[in-house]
Design a protein. Structure first.
Length: 273
């Protein structure tokens, strides 16, 4: 039987160097892409503000940014899309927060952390965000584009919350799917309320503290209804057993991190058997 060929140290180093180079190259390409998108967005916003949205053409935006028309269309499909350069990247970052969530974190807390990536995008450039807000209030096409962007975040968070429920196990009176969708909408609504208030104040104030306060209200309203705490594989958060058919005794075992609401619902179901 032939023996597997072992890579030499030089071969392994070349391989690792190659992988690292590809990763570094990808990062550079992503950074360059975002820089160009922001440059085009700045040109578009400047022209919209000085000569109006309807009077501004894609050719003028490209010329103001110092690039060709085809370069514009490599980054944006239309001129209204051009003033939202960061949404695609922010959606990726928000999804990464969900993917990397700690094993036993309340899914609602994870979603609240995920949407903070959106707020940080706006807060990173207050003056630009305030001007964009003014434009979206005045131009219906821009407002529609903004609404479409918000809907993408809401779908992401709703899918995440629904992913923590076994839809095949639902029965009459089980409101988990409803709570998941309503909670996702509530998180997005709370975020948007705080964001609009901050933008109307011209980007002044501690917007993250305001957001934390809004999320506390959402958690208080929905937190006990969303399946808080993800059980470890093969290990439920709460389990009950009856020692014998004739004995009026119920034994319950619960993890220390099991949510109180889940514990109480399990007790109630067990007592009704």
């Amino acid at each position: 039987m032939s023996q597997p060929v072992k890579a030499t140290r030089t071969q392994r180093n070349r391989s690792n160097s190659s992988d690292g180079g590809e990763t570094a190259g990808s990062r550079r390409a992503a950074a360059q892409r975002l820089t160009m998108r922001r440059k085009l967005a700045a040109a578009a916003m400047e022209l919209f503000a000085t000569q109006g949205y309807e009077a501004t053409t894609v050719d003028e935006i490209a010329a103001r940014a110092g690039v060709a028309r085809r370069t514009f269309f490599r980054h944006f499909r239309s001129k209204e899309e051009a003033i939202f350069p960061d949404h695609d990247d922010t959606l990726v970052r928000a999804a990464a927060v969900l993917d990397a969530a700690p094993a036993h974190e309340n899914p609602l807390d994870t979603v609240c952390r995920g949407i903070k990536e959106v707020m940080r995008m706006y807060a990173a450039s207050p003056a630009v965000s305030v001007e964009r807000y003014r434009l979206t209030r005045e131009v219906p096409a821009l407002r529609e584009r903004e609404i479409a962007s918000v809907a993408r975040y809401e779908r992401l968070f709703t899918r995440y919350l629904l992913g923590h429920f076994d839809e095949g196990a639902h029965h009459d009176g089980d409101d988990d799917p409803l709570l998941a969708e309503v909670a996702a909408s509530a998180v997005v609504t709370a975020h948007n309320h705080v964001l609009r208030r901050w933008l109307r104040a011209r980007g002044e104030g501690d917007v993250e503290a305001q957001l934390d306060h809004a999320f506390a209200i959402v958690r208080e309203t929905f937190g006990t209804g969303i399946g808080a705490g993800r059980p470890a594989p093969g290990r439920p958060a709460v389990s009950v057993s009856s020692p014998g058919e004739e004995e009026d005794v119920v034994v319950m075992v619960a993890r220390t991190d099991a949510p109180l609401g889940e514990v109480m619902r399990t007790i109630e179901r067990a007592l009704k058997r």
